[in-house]
Design a protein around this ligand. Structure first.
Ligand SMILES: [Mg+2]
Length: 308
């Protein structure tokens, strides 16, 4: 296996965990004062320490471990691993996932437990789906099906699943040698059916192409916890600094709103593209479980199937 691929896989999971950890204490931060201060050079980034990571990292790690244990994306095994996390405390759990876990506890099967309805349109699939994207980095087919298998364990909602598909696709593509951030939007939009997810992704890429002022662009995309807002705003933070993981992550978390999940998604995509080497060492040294997460990435790279 190429060292480059192992670096990208580990970079993806580490970027996710660092984005989550940086954003954990900023979740729900109102207004634009932090990101404005950063853009104007008035924000001392040393002030921003990593907190303990939240549900985003815990469930992404569980997803990666499940793929390694099962050798595939297995709904029953994913549900069992998510339940272990929930019963261990489930720090930071979202509403749809909470309801799904309670149904699993009562004996519902993995494909019946997921929350339905409009309130299940959150980012709970998108935040944990990056390992499924890595698993598909060298496969030509099956990404959408595997995103659904993983996603419906907690979210039986089309917008939540489409948001997950966007993240998994972006992560898979970002590991590939011919990846071009400039054409990612065209590729994503051609995959998606008409949806709020498609509208938001289009808005993000339009704002980036037009060079719209950054804070205004993020506010027009939306900073909340719906899948379509979080995925599109995270992609936008990646697009405006595709060669600079540190800047992508600072923009993603300092924008406020659902900062930890935006940071997790932006970090997964940026880390998959740039690899471990792009991650600032002062963040890596603060990250809880950094070695375990690195090893998970390496092992996934070693088993990722494909015709390389
Ligand atoms: Mg969280």
């Amino acid at each position: 296996m190429h060292d480059d691929l192992r670096s990208k896989f580990a970079g993806c999971l580490l970027g996710l965990a660092i984005g989550d950890s940086l954003g954990a204490d900023l979740e729900g931060h109102p207004g634009d004062e932090l990101i404005r201060a950063y853009l104007e050079g008035r924000y001392n980034t040393d002030r921003l320490a990593l907190s303990m990571w939240t549900d985003d990292t815990a469930l992404a790690v569980a997803t990666a471990q499940s793929i390694l244990d099962s050798g595939c994306v297995n709904g029953a095994d994913l549900a069992a691993k998510y339940l272990v996390w929930f019963e261990g405390g489930g720090r930071g759990i979202g509403r749809a996932t909470l309801h799904a876990m309670r149904r699993l506890q009562k004996g519902a099967s993995w494909d019946e437990a997921g929350e339905t309805g409009e309130f299940a349109a959150g980012n709970g699939v998108a935040m944990r789906i990056a390992p499924v994207g890595l698993y598909h980095s060298r496969r030509a087919t099956g990404l959408e099906e595997d995103v659904r298998t993983c996603g419906i364990v907690t979210h039986r909602n089309e917008e939540a699943l489409l948001g997950g598909e966007c993240v998994a696709y972006a992560v898979a593509r970002a590991t590939q040698d011919d990846f071009d951030p400039e054409v990612l939007g065209i590729e994503l939009l051609s995959r998606l059916k008409p949806s709020r997810c498609q509208d938001s992704i289009e808005r993000a890429f339009d704002a980036w192409h037009a060079g719209t002022e950054l804070i205004g662009a993020l506010q027009s995309i939306g900073l909340g916890g719906s899948a379509f807002e979080t995925v599109a705003s995270a992609l936008y933070c990646f697009l405006v600094a595709p060669e600079d993981l540190e800047r992508t992550l600072l923009l993603a978390v300092l924008a406020g709103g659902d900062a930890d999940t935006r940071g997790a998604i932006a970090g997964a995509i940026s880390g998959a593209y740039l690899g471990v080497e792009a991650i600032p060492s002062h963040w890596l040294s603060q990250l809880a479980g950094a070695q375990t997460i690195t090893d998970l990435g390496y092992r996934l790279a070693d088993v990722a199937p494909g015709e390389e």
